[in-house]
Design a binder for this molecule. Structure first.
Ligand SMILES: [Cu+2]
Length: 81
């Protein structure tokens, strides 16, 4: 990784604050985002103060997997550059 890439990657850090007993953050693919479903091995962030490193440019999708939350709109997609 070049110095420039390293500098850019430092910017790709998603900092998330949640109330861990009420919500979580699960990284899914576009299909999982659309259908509000996550595979059993999907990475789950539930500390309530997670920092998620987005290791490369692209589109990232996150949902909350508590029942009804994603369907109620608790999901986000973002582009990392
Ligand atoms: Cu939730």
């Amino acid at each position: 990784m070049s110095r420039e890439e390293a500098a850019q990657s430092k910017l790709r850090l998603l900092q998330c604050s949640t109330i861990s007993s009420l919500h979580n953050i699960v990284m899914v693919d576009g299909n999982g985002y659309d259908k509000c479903s996550a595979s059993a091995k999907a990475k789950t962030y539930s500390s309530g103060k997670d920092k998620i490193k987005l290791s490369r440019p692209g589109r990232y999708y996150f949902i909350c997997t508590f029942p009804g939350h994603c369907d109620g709109g608790l999901k986000i997609q973002l582009n990392a550059y």
